[in-house]
Design a protein around this ligand. Structure first.
Ligand code: SF4
Length: 238
């Protein structure tokens, strides 16, 4: 039975398993906005795709929500740091599959990214073994060629959307079957984009499941937070 602990707007559930003398845990979180649970890592340190050609953070990661607010609290950071070690366990895949027994939607990485090819292969195994769960995996790791084969295998599954994130904060899109970008406001003026309307529902997904829908090509998230809006204003002035 998972222990559930409320942490600010995030709820973290712990499932204890034992390996050797060490007690290891599957630690899932639930952001207030989302209709489902997530498995996450610490932002930026597990996001090699957040660094651009000039060696600095790409625009989309400059105002990253996962480095602000509740995400800075030690009790929210700790499960993410623990997960970075935990996925290496032999039983991690079977423990994740058991943990997802009653889930219908799942989001990988409400913070962090699939920084390791071995982790990507394990996540693929979880996806293959849980056809009753719709998986959404947002990532920038498509920038690295060695991930292309494993992402293609994930995308061949009917229950998976791998959504490549654009670095842009002004609506530019990247290649891929399913992608996302950031726009200044709800009124992007680009009819090719599906706008995330969570801001009209008190910041919640409500009945929308567009992020998990393979037929929704590009989702545009309206920018929020002072840092992001300032960045967009500077770009518009330039
Ligand atoms: S597009 Fe829909 S599913 Fe995706 S984050 Fe926005 S409200 Fe949630």
């Amino acid at each position: 039975m998972p222990i559930v602990d409320a942490v600010g707007s995030a709820v973290v559930s712990f499932t204890n398993t034992t390996q050797g003398h060490h007690k290891m845990t599957i630690r899932l979180s639930k952001a207030g906005k989302m209709p489902c649970r997530s498995w996450s890592l610490q932002a930026l340190t597990t996001c090699p795709g957040s660094i651009g050609d000039k060696g600095t953070l790409v625009d989309a990661c400059k105002g990253c929500y996962a480095t602000q607010g509740n995400y800075r609290f030690p009790n929210v950071k700790q499960p993410r740091e623990s997960n970075q070690k935990d996925w290496k366990r032999t039983d991690w895949v079977s423990d994740m599959v058991a943990e997802l027994d009653n889930d219908r939607y799942f989001r990988w990485f409400d913070s962090g990214d699939v920084y390791s090819l071995k982790l990507a292969e394990k996540i693929l195994a979880v996806m293959q073994a849980t056809p009753w769960v719709k998986h959404w995996l947002p990532t920038r790791m498509n920038k690295f060629k060695k991930f292309h084969a494993v992402f293609a295998e994930m995308e061949s599954l009917p229950n998976v959307v791998v959504r490549y994130s654009s670095d842009s904060v002004t609506g530019e899109v990247v290649a891929g079957r399913n992608t996302s970008t950031i726009v200044a406001s709800l009124d992007s003026g680009n009819s090719n984009l599906t706008i995330c309307e969570s801001s009209t529902r008190d910041g919640k997904c409500g009945p929308c499941r567009a992020c998990w829908n393979q037929d929704v090509s590009v989702i545009a998230y309206p920018a929020h937070g002072k840092t992001m809006l300032k960045l967009i204003n500077l770009k518009e002035v330039a």
